[in-house]
Design a protein around this ligand. Structure first.
Ligand code: SDX
Length: 392
């Protein structure tokens, strides 16, 4: 009611940080960016406006948005030296491996002129990351398929510019269906931030040491790559392809319940949500609309719907409060947009860069920001005396 949240001291002693950016209620399935429910932002906003909101705490007015969009648009280019770095990778390296390296190279490139004490320089670094990550992502993809890299076109909006860099071929102009750009923009909004998830916590831990933001985001990308985190959207598609047909869903459910199988339903379960992930609900509805407007009939969508239906009725999943999460349906839309499976987690990284830079900016001005030092429970040997090797 007062617009302020209060926590019992016990909780505060275990919390890793304070933040005003994103609020999640896992039991109620609530997600808010700076107090705005994700459902309202998904319906009314766009990714660049949401990025401004996450970074600055308020929605921009028209003049503020125009300035922000101009700044981001005019920082999308990569220095030509990055081509040499990119071309040093094996062409078939996983795009997330390339992204980790490329973001680290941004740290090397910009480190020299970055004064972290200067708020304007910090803001510029955040703008550069938001602007350049799509350019780098598209360049990694083009390099991996042997196509020439495409320069960002400043007359396009953020998502259209990215799709153009990804798919434009010299022989014919890219015909982009508006539904494709809108669908990707919406997926970017839904993936933009998510409180203290593994990759954002990684960014904050690295940031707490005073490392520059490019190195922080490179660390965040590395953390996001794992199949238990952002890599899950790629793993969901592999899982659905392996299940293959709706009639095979029952055996997949039984396999996921067998601890010895080592098989988990990818895209199911969550550290925080013990109810529906609100993002999964929005993406599931999007699936039908986007595939319908694109005229795509993907049999994997039916497999996913049957798998969800069977899991939600199964005692094992009900007892453990396992619901579809943000990754369960997103891959089906990425696939319909022509984005290859190995680029799914890169999509997640592009969107989450907005959250990562926002948390980094917030941390830099937090008077209580100390170097991170997660606690451990020691389970090793008790104190004992050294014995010479001849006596071992
Ligand atoms: C993201 O943190 C975030 O906010 C992350 C994220 C974001 O936006 O940043 O939301 C993005 O990472 C979403 C999660 C994507 N990952 C997956 O979909 C991978 C599949 N899911 C799981 O591996 C798992 O659910 C996790 C990793 C997401 C959560 O793992 P936990 O915390 O270990 O799950 P848990 O301890 O709450 O599990 C409770 C039980 C366990 O069984 P029991 O030991 O109690 O018998 O449920 C089981 C688990 O084995 N379980 C599953 C399962 N997930 C948990 N069993 C089958 N299939 C699953 N997917």
């Amino acid at each position: 009611e007062t617009g302020k949240f209060t926590y019992d001291p016990g909780f505060m002693s275990t919390a890793s940080c304070r933040s005003a950016i994103t609020y999640i209620d896992g039991d109620a399935g609530v997600l808010m960016y700076r107090g705005y429910p994700i459902e309202q932002l998904a319906k009314n906003s766009n990714f660049l406006e949401v990025s401004y909101l996450l970074m600055n705490g308020e929605l921009p007015n028209q003049a503020e948005f125009a300035k922000f969009e101009h700044e981001v648009t005019h920082h999308t280019m990569m220095h030509e030296a990055f081509r040499t770095f990119l071309y040093g990778f094996r062409h078939d390296a996983h795009p997330m491996a390339m992204m980790t390296g490329m973001l680290g190279s941004l740290a090397a490139f910009y480190h020299g002129d970055l004064d972290l004490e200067d708020p304007e320089q910090r803001r510029l670094a955040a703008i550069r990351l938001l602007a350049k990550v799509p350019t780098i992502a598209a360049a990694c993809y083009r390099y991996s398929i042997g196509w020439p890299i495409r320069y960002p076109r400043n007359n396009l909006e953020y998502v259209e510019r990215f799709l153009h860099m990804m798919f434009e071929v010299p022989s014919e102009p890219l015909v982009m269906k508006p539904v494709a750009a809108r669908a990707l923009d919406l997926l970017f909004i839904l993936h933009a931030d998510h409180e203290q998830n593994a990759s954002t916590s990684t960014v904050r831990l690295v940031g707490s040491t005073g490392a520059n933001p490019y190195a922080c985001v490179a660390a965040g990308i590395a953390a996001l790559w794992g199949p238990a985190h952002g890599g899950a959207n790629e793993a969901v598609l592999e899982m659905l392809k392996e299940i293959g047909r709706p009639e095979n869903v029952g055996s997949a459910i039984e396999k996921a319940k067998d601890k010895n199988s080592g098989f988990r339903l990818m895209g199911f379960g969550h550290r925080v949500y013990k109810n529906f992930d609100p993002r999964a609900k929005i993406i599931r509805e999007m699936c039908h609309q986007v595939l319908g407007e694109l005229g795509v009939n993907d049999p994997l969508l039916e497999v996913a719907m049957k798998l969800e239906e069977a899991a939600l009725k199964d005692e094992y999943f009900i007892q453990r409060k396992l619901y579809p999460n943000v990754d369960f349906y997103s891959g089906i839309i990425y696939k319909a947009l022509g984005i290859p499976t190995e680029m799914f987690t890169v999509m997640f990284a592009i969107a989450r860069t907005a959250g990562w830079v926002s948390h980094w900016l917030e941390q830099q001005v937090d008077p209580e920001n100390k170097i991170g030092r997660p606690r451990q429970i020691y389970t090793g040997a008790v104190s004992r005396d050294y014995t010479p090797i001849a006596q071992r």
